[in-house]
Design a protein around this ligand. Structure first.
Ligand code: MSP
Length: 520
């Protein structure tokens, strides 16, 4: 078993409010962190905000606010959303904090002294929204004006004195490193994509400064008063500054290297190329894994399109939570598509998922079992200590390794489907065993034994879903009369038969997930 687990999310630009895409990454990271905590692993989960750069400065100007005030307000919005979604990071880093600025300046000075950062004059095309320089050969020149090859917007021509980081010097090292570490980039398709790119193209050194003459919202370059730091070079360092780097803190020694940097596929190049090279040049260890998840697109008259402010199709996580509740939203995002691929978000798809998996399957099971317990066990639960050997119980116990394997590797899609197979088996078990007949025939001992199996099944299933649906899981435990919290009990002990105590009186509660109508 791992002795520690460090998971990070990207730090989000504070140029606009968070949307479902941001919430997806943080919910997946939170569920993973929760699962490791549940297993008793010392876990550190980091998220935060990326507050420098021209894009942020521009957004502040457009809002008519001083930049610092603007970023303070937006950072709070992100923190508030995480709190609302039951996302519980151990730290929230902001790149305008002194602890981060100090680390970035240390890195710059160190690499400059080492000769890995040098000054040069540069001309090229600059895309303001992407904060990226493009060379003559890279810009899209098909139309009347040169355009950014990434976002398609117009680019400006620039010639400047700037500082460069020697990416090219480490290209061969990186290729070799990636080849020796097949799990470094996930999913596999992304691994191949990065490797192919590195083998085909010669890396340009990375321009890591911006002249203050152009804009000044950034971290000062310690050896050049006329420059600030390129926002990506600044931002990536958050993963170590949050642990106290460059100080050799206990936290740093314990948690570095990161176990997983969870990111969207849009920022793979920065994480899989710039970041490992920066770390290697600093003499630091490389993270174990970079996991690039897919994108949520939105349904527009039957076809999938990107969310954008201009199209006015951005899905607001608060609206989803208000409509469906936090746990339903978390469940939907993690169950609907595997983490590596793109998904299409639509109101009807969430209602479908809700009705089938939550109202019909899980909600129905909980409701039936509690109602039967209230009716058939008026004197409280009778415990049957020996774990029975039947298909339902066997499958339930197989979840221990299966869910561990899937959730630990961020495969919520398969982990949750395995759990739901058991939910369905339990519903079938009720039909097959026919407790109402046992009662009619006076087979009370069989009935009590049958009820204990179902109650224990609910208890264990709730333990399995806790990482993804924490309040639903806690609610089920409370309804089963269990006083301890799931996290306190821990993954191993959840699977010890006999958690529900003798004499517990069970009542029925209103259904957890009442059925909903579908809007057409
Ligand atoms: N600030 C940089 C990251 C620096 S990390 C050192 C940045 N910020 S961002 O605000 O643009 O957020 C990008 C991340 O948000 C993506 O990598 C992804 O995690 C998430 N998503 C944004 N839109 C998304 C979707 N439509 N779908 C899924 N996730 C997406 O890039």
């Amino acid at each position: 078993m791992r002795s520690k687990f460090y998971i990070t999310t990207p730090i989000y630009y504070v140029n606009a409010k968070p949307h479902i895409g941001h919430s997806y990454t943080n919910i997946a990271a939170d569920a993973t962190a929760r699962f490791f905590r549940l297993k008793g692993v010392d876990t550190f989960f980091l998220t935060g905000t990326d507050e420098h750069g021209q894009k942020v400065e521009k957004a502040a100007q457009e809002a008519g606010k001083p930049t610092q005030e603007f970023v303070d307000e937006l950072a709070e919005k992100f923190e508030h959303l995480w709190d609302t979604l039951d996302v519980r990071p151990d730290d929230f880093i902001r790149t305008t904090e002194p602890r981060h600025v100090k680390a970035v300046q240390y890195v710059l000075q160190y690499l400059y002294d080492k000769g890995d950062i040098y000054k040069d004059s540069y001309s090229g095309w600059y895309c303001v929204p992407c904060e990226t320089f493009w060379t003559e050969g890279q810009v899209n020149t098909e139309g009347d004006k040169p355009r950014c090859p990434d976002c398609g917007r117009e680019v400006d021509e620039l010639t400047e004195e700037n500082y460069f980081f020697r990416l090219s010097k480490y290209q061969d090292w990186l290729i070799d490193y990636i080849k020796k570490h097949p799990d470094f980039i996930k999913p596999e398709g992304r691994y191949n994509e990065v490797l192919r790119f590195l083998e085909m193209e010669k890396l340009n050194d990375l321009c890591i400064s911006r002249p203050k003459a152009r804009f000044s919202w950034g971290i000062d370059i310690p050896f050049s008063p006329q420059h600030i730091t390129y926002v990506w070079f600044d931002a990536l360092i958050n993963y170590i500054s949050a642990l106290g780097y460059p100080e050799e803190t206990e936290k740093f020694k314990k948690f570095w290297p990161a176990d997983v940097h969870l990111i969207g596929k849009d920022i793979l190049r920065q994480h899989a190329i710039y970041w490992p090279i920066m770390l290697h040049a600093l003499g630091l260890e490389i993270p174990y894994q970079i996991f690039a998840h897919g994108w949520w697109l939105v349904d527009s008259k039957g076809s999938a399109e990107k969310m954008s402010k201009s199209k006015g199709n951005i899905v607001d996580p608060y609206a989803m939570v208000e409509d469906f509740g936090v746990d339903v939203y978390r469940y939907f995002l993690l169950r609907e598509i595997p983490l590596g691929v793109d998904g299409v978000f639509s109101y009807n798809s969430i209602v479908h998922r809700y009705n089938s998996d939550l109202a019909n399957d899980l909600g129905n099971l909980v409701y039936r079992v509690l109602s039967m317990a209230e009716k058939y066990l008026p004197d409280g639960v009778e415990v049957f200590e020996e774990r029975p050997k039947n298909r339902l119980v066997e499958s339930l116990f197989e979840l221990k390794d299966k869910v561990d394997l899937e959730f630990s590797s961020l495969n919520f899609y398969d982990g949750l489907s395995a759990i739901w197979e058991v939910v369905n088996l339990a519903n079938k078990f009720i039909e097959e065993e026919q407790p109402w007949t046992m009662r009619k025939e006076g087979r009370f001992d069989d009935l009590k034994r049958f009820m204990y199996i179902l109650l224990e099944t609910l208890r264990i299933l709730a333990g399995c879903i806790w990482a993804v649906m924490p309040s639903t899981a806690e609610k089920i435990w409370a309804q089963l009369g269990i006083e301890e919290e799931i996290l306190e009990v821990g993954w191993e002990n959840i699977f010890v038969w006999g958690g529900i105590k003798e004499g517990t009186r069970i009542e029925k509660y209103p259904p957890l997930f009442p059925r909903r109508e579908i809007d057409d």
